[in-house]
Design a protein around this ligand. Structure first.
Ligand code: FEO
Length: 392
């Protein structure tokens, strides 16, 4: 048994093999679906469940733990990787009640056909007694759906945060052992699903600051027994601070845009700027998302295809627009054969970014000396903007 504290037990499933989430997000290190059994002196609660593909693992663990009666199934979030086994849990424990907030209740009815009478709803700040243990519910919306909430075990100072503070990482470590590894995985996770909600997350961080927290038990990845490690990382990511970095997602068909990216990268490096270059035909988009968390500038590189941007460049623009990074400056570099509206179309895809557009460099054919000078000028402008921000 994996004990977090007396009578607080990890009951989740590690998914070592999963490589995609939502058919969008790469999972290079797998993931886990964490759930927790809390045995109070009078009642027993299960916090969240697991992805439906791993229900058998959860059931086997509950049998091994001797959980013959379950009073409450706490649903912190309706997404199926945590709620998907609720119907099976209700079959196994027909007297159990699903405890959640009204928004999550409606989602569980819509998504999983859970019957109305099987719920108990709780308001923000409400408590639920298990006898000698008490759960307090803390609404933490938009991490990353509107109904998401956390639960705080008062006697043990444990915050069950669901996706908030999570990391897609399959590991046999119950608690974080390798902080740099978990930092990278948690930052990637933040980038992929939390980053669009920077402002609500700031409010949620303020809200949990009033709790005395010894342990954060998220729904993915290892448990934090040094909670300040992940709380401080989140504070940095949601802050307005950016780094002296330029992210260049690009694609090239006949090497003209590729050569431009090569010259441009060197020009930025010469000016003391960190460059993160991503060839979109090969890159792991999770790494691209991660790089957007704190880069000051994005420059998209694209050839012109059928008068517009290459579809791979359009995909990167749509992704960046959806993730809403705190990027301050954006630009485009690329090449065309005869004519096109590549820049206009890419710009229209980036409307969510509150970033200043720096004059793009779009050239005809292969880059020649005057074109290289234009790229040098663009690098100068970016360096000057970064200096104005005081980040170089
Ligand atoms: Fe891990 Fe939003 O579910």
């Amino acid at each position: 048994m994996q004990l977090i504290r007396d009578n607080v037990i990890f009951a989740g499933a590690i998914d070592w093999d999963r490589r995609m989430f939502d058919e969008l997000i790469p999972l290079p290190d797998g993931t886990s679906y964490n759930c927790y059994i809390i045995k109070g002196s009078e009642k027993t609660a299960l916090i969240d469940t697991v992805d439906p593909t791993k229900t058998d693992i959860l059931i086997a663990k509950l049998v091994r733990m001797g959980v013959s009666k379950l009073d409450y199934i706490i649903a912190l979030h309706a997404e199926q990787d945590h709620s998907g086994s609720i119907p099976d849990m209700l079959t196994l424990y027909p007297d159990a009640k699903v405890v959640t907030n009204p928004k999550c209740k409606q989602m569980l009815i819509d998504l999983l056909d859970v019957e109305e009478e099987q719920f108990i709803t709780v308001e923000d700040g409400e408590t639920l007694s298990l006898g000698d243990k008490t759960l307090k519910f803390v609404y933490t919306p938009w991490v990353h759906w509107p109904e998401t909430m956390s639960s705080y075990l008062q006697e043990d100072n444990i915050l069950f945060s669901c996706d908030f503070f999570g990391s897609h990482l399959a590991t046999s470590d119950l608690f974080v052992k390798d902080e740099p590894q978990v930092y990278e995985a948690a930052k990637r996770y933040y980038a992929e699903i939390m980053m669009p909600f920077r402002n609500p997350i700031k409010k949620n961080l303020e809200k949990i600051a009033g709790l005395e927290i010894d342990i954060i038990a998220p729904s993915h990845g290892p448990v934090y027994d040094r909670p300040e490690f992940i709380i401080d990382a989140y504070k940095d990511w949601v802050s307005d601070n950016v780094k002296n970095e330029v992210v260049i997602p690009y694609v090239s068909m006949h090497e003209s845009t590729g050569l431009m990216v090569e010259y441009f990268t060197d020009a930025l490096i010469d000016r003391g700027i960190t460059v993160k270059e991503f060839n979109l035909t090969e890159t792991d988009i999770g790494k691209l998302a991660l790089s957007l968390v704190d880069a000051a500038t994005i420059v998209i590189g694209s050839p012109t295809v059928l008068t517009g941007p290459h579809p791979a460049a359009a995909y990167a623009a749509i992704l960046a627009n959806a993730l809403r990074p705190k990027t301050k400056f954006i630009s485009v570099i690329g090449s065309y054969g005869w004519a096109g509206k590549m820049v206009d179309q890419l710009s229209s895809m980036l409307g969510n970014l509150r970033a200043e557009i720096i004059e793009p460099v779009v050239i005809k054919g292969k880059p020649k000396q005057p074109d290289i000078e234009l790229l040098e000028e663009l690098a100068d402008k970016i360096a000057a903007k970064h200096k104005e921000l005081g980040i170089m």
